[in-house]
Design a protein around this ligand. Structure first.
Ligand SMILES: Nc1nc2c(ncn2[C@@H]2O[C@H](COP(=O)(O)OP(=O)(O)OP(=O)(O)O)[C@@H](O)[C@H]2O)c(=O)[nH]1
Ligand SMILES: [Mg+2]
Ligand SMILES: [Zn+2]
Length: 349
């Protein structure tokens, strides 16, 4: 199997031991479960972890849910985008909505597979986001997965690991070897482009380039079969374009309730035209580089952040995510998590 965190291949040990997390001492304890009754074994395995042997020795120690290898066909999904493009807010809104039944129209439920990781993600991102707080920029040098979910649906049970690293690392040729190693094992990529960024973009960026996209694509192209990797381009912060046709029309639709490849194609065409029109042609490279891709307008927060007198950054009217699941749904269709003939057509010309 391949570890979703370090992308190393290794044989999953078939031993009756699991590592249980001891919160009090902040450590993992190795427990031999062989003498326990089957029900207890199953329960401890469900809650337990296994240390990844990380044969290439290139990461800090990390643990996988002990049930990870029970599922065939795991997915690794990575977010790519410039610093402050909105990756973390989008992923937070997306995972939050997947948890609260947002994939029900596709008969998919989401649960945490890695309980500790999800609890951390919930406390650090989902809860502050729900309270209307702006999320901090992602620390550089972090190479751990953000969350590992288990999606259950007509396509079976699929673990999905999400990676959200700092845009700064994605743009840096030195750091990217570590930070974007997850790309080596990625099964799908969400490319995030921020529409108009008057608040955050203090830097001058040549319109002709999107460094994080370029570096990620370059790295992926070194991997066999990379052209077949499903990709989606999410133009986020689209709340800033809400009065602008045709963006207004897509945003007003809210969450879709059925999978419709033709509609996704129509939205993709509109996003393509928008990016082209505003001179962001460089952000269209994923569309040109991968055989199957879709493009979407999304908004994680529904509005701009406001800096208060105490310098905290908040969304004053709370958050109202718009169409944040659409990029994920396209990925799920293109990776077979949503099966069927309609899904087969998603992202194809
Ligand atoms: N208007 C608007 N602003 C947003 C939206 N999503 C994020 N932002 C703002 O964009 C800024 C950056 O968002 P992040 O999600 O932290 O961006 P990031 O890509 O994760 O940035 P790094 O972690 O530094 O790579 C924050 O100030 C957010 O308030 C959105 O949907 N609409
Ligand atoms: Mg971030
Ligand atoms: Zn590993």
């Amino acid at each position: 199997m391949r570890c979703p965190i370090c992308a190393d291949e290794f044989a999953w040990p078939d031993e009756p031991v699991v590592s249980l997390y001891d919160a009090e001492h902040a450590r993992y304890d190795l427990v031999d479960i062989s003498a326990l009754p089957a029900a207890k074994q199953a329960d401890l395995t469900r809650r337990g972890y296994r240390a990844c042997p990380n044969p290439s020795g290139d990461t800090t120690p990390h643990y996988l849910p002990a049930t990870y290898a029970d599922y065939s066909d795991p997915l690794v999904v990575g977010l790519i985008g410039a610093p402050t493009s909105g990756k973390t807010h989008l992923l937070t809104a997306m995972i939050r909505q997947a948890y609260t039944g947002g994939l029900r129209p596709y008969r998919i439920t989401a649960a945490a597979l890695d309980f500790r990781r999800h609890a951390h993600f919930r406390e650090t991102y989902i809860e502050p986001f729900e309270r209307g707080g702006a999320l901090p920029g992602t620390h550089t040098g972090i190479i751990e997965a953000a969350d590992i979910l288990l999606l259950r649906g007509p396509g079976g049970e699929r673990p999905v690991t999400f990676f959200d690293v700092a845009g700064e690392d994605l743009e840096s040729p030195e750091a990217r070897n570590r930070a974007s190693r997850f790309l080596v094992g990625a099964d799908a990529v969400i490319f995030v482009h921020a529409s108009e960024d008057p608040l955050d973009t203090k830097r001058q960026v040549a319109e002709s380039e999107n460094k994080s996209f370029d570096l990620a694509i370059e790295r992926l192209q070194g991997i066999e079969g990379a052209r077949a990797l499903p990709a989606t381009i999410a133009v986020t912060k689209a709340d800033r374009l809400r009065y602008q046709p045709p963006v207004d029309r897509w945003l007003r639709r809210g969450d879709e309730q059925v999978l419709n490849a033709e509609r996704i194609r129509a939205e993709s065409r509109d996003v393509y035209a928008y990016l082209h029109h505003v001179g962001a042609g460089a952000s269209l490279r994923p569309f040109e580089s991968f055989a199957r891709s879709t493009l979407h307008f999304v908004s994680a927060s529904g509005g701009d952040v406001v800096v208060g007198d105490d310098l905290t950054r908040r969304f004053p009217r709370g958050v109202r995510p718009v169409r944040v699941l659409e990029p994920l749904i396209s990925i799920l269709a293109m990776t077979g998590v949503i099966p069927g003939s309609e899904a087969e057509m998603v992202g194809r010309p």
